[in-house]
Design a protein around this ligand. Structure first.
Ligand code: S3P
Length: 419
């Protein structure tokens, strides 16, 4: 599907950002392995989270929607589905579920779409194998054949900061003998630790002991990664001023807010509260004429990893230079988010240069007048859309339907801000 986008009027009004994808995945997974029935409110409508839900139904878990975004899940023992489990496009599903299935008393096969089948799985296979798991994969890629085995705890020092790897290990640790500890170079998102604690697991920091989970209702906060597209749009589209309600502001996810502050952007946090163990707030964003470039590196990276494509668009409107370093893992996302981002943004006049572990962006006049490829990558599609809103001439985005992976409501919400 080709989507055309042209120069935007100011964005004003109020929107409510839909559910966090990371928390939605975990809510279904953990409720499925908890004892009892729970209600999950404000579940994501993204295709990735529905892949997780369908997968647990294949594993014998009963669940039904009460309305569009509310469902109940009856947790308990998982059972052999006797068929391949389809993770679709979702790396979170494949990696976290591997940790859950490694310690079961049945065997499983996990498959994914073309993009997911190219993504590295050694990062979970290696530590899970150290715990006693038996996982076979061709050259470290899906399909993954998992033989259910008794597991034992380990202390693992991860070479990369990754919430997916951390979560796979901690979930395996729930059923392993002894304690399991995960260490990483920088702190990655901690939704797994928070939600496991909320459901009664014995977990301190990133050390977990074998535990039973008890079902509890979970209300899901809005997704700051989805809000990021609006934050950037509000900062760069002249005379914009609006409120984004119900945004998760877990400190392991708020790198975008810190960077905006560093760049001089006008973003205000209001009405802070907590929902099912996750901090949440409303955010007011305002057009900011004088943004300045900055360096984004090291511990910043895991706190804004998914926002880097749209941060590139933001940086194209800032004085001086924005330098993004230590982000080599961006090449292992739904696409190679360094090469693909740089190549496509250059087509519409962004002064952006590829580096092995990131990119450099300088202030640019966006000419537009080009067709951009989104490489089956939802976050590239939405980042290009935001770039289109400040481009002199119309742009076209090929593959815009991929936004359905995380944020089907994206364009409708943008349109609701034209008052
Ligand atoms: C996620 C963790 C991050 C992120 C992904 C979702 C999660 O991946 O990029 O979109 O829900 O745990 P890594 O763990 O590979 O950094």
């Amino acid at each position: 599907m080709i989507k055309t986008v042209s120069f935007s009027k100011p964005l004003t009004g109020t929107i409510t950002i839909p559910a966090d994808k990371s928390v939605s995945h975990r809510a279904v997974m953990f409720s499925s392995i908890a004892n009892g029935k729970s209600i999950i409110k404000n579940f994501s409508s993204g295709a990735d989270c529905h892949s997780t839900l369908n997968l647990f139904k294949q594993l014998g878990i009963k669940s039904e929607f009460l309305d569009e975004k509310t469902l109940w899940v009856e947790g308990g023992n998982l059972t052999d589905s006797n068929s391949a489990l389809d993770c679709g496009n979702s790396g979170t599903t494949m990696r976290l579920v591997s940790g859950i299935l490694a310690g079961q008393n049945f065997n499983s096969v996990l498959i994914g779409d073309v993009s997911l089948s190219k993504r590295p799985m050694k990062r979970i296979i290696e530590p899970l194998t150290l715990m006693g798991a038996e996982i076979t994969a061709a050259d470290g890629h899906a399909p993954l054949a998992i033989k259910g085995c008794p597991l034992h705890g380990i202390e693992y020092i991860s070479p990369i900061a990754s919430a997916q790897v951390k979560s796979a290990i901690l979930l395996a640790g729930l059923r392993a003998e002894g304690k399991t500890t995960f260490n990483e170079p920088y702190v990655s998102r901690d939704h797994t630790e928070r939600l496991l604690k909320y459901l009664g697991a014995e977990i301190q920091g990133t050390t977990i002991y074998p535990s039973e989970l008890t079902a509890r209702d979970i209300d899901i906060v809005g997704d700051i990664s989805s809000a990021a597209f609006f934050i950037v749009a509000g900062l760069i589209i002249k005379d914009s001023n609006f409120i984004i309600k119900n945004v998760g502001i877990n400190p392991t996810r708020t790198g975008i807010l810190d960077i905006v502050k560093r760049m001089g952007g006008e973003v205000y946090i209001i009405n802070e509260r907590e929902i099912s163990g996750e901090p949440c707030a409303d955010i007011r964003v305002q057009y900011t004429e004088s943004l300045k470039g900055c360096v984004i590196e090291g511990s910043d990276i895991p706190r804004l990893i998914d926002e880097l494509p749209v941060i590139a668009v933001l940086a194209s409107q800032a004085e001086g230079e924005a330098i993004i370093k230590d982000a080599g893992d961006l090449r292992n996302k739904e696409s190679d988010r360094i090469t693909c981002l740089v190549k496509e943004l250059q087509k519409i006049g962004v002064n952006i240069e590829e580096r092995p572990d990131g990119f450099v962006v300088r202030k640019s006049d966006l000419t537009g007048n080009a067709e951009l490829e989104c490489y089956h990558d939802h976050r590239l599609a939405m980042s290009f859309y935001i770039a289109g809103l400040i481009s002199k001439k119309e742009i076209a985005i090929n593959g815009f339907e991929w936004t359905k992976i995380s944020f089907p409501e994206f364009e409708e919400l943008i349109n609701s801000l034209y008052n």
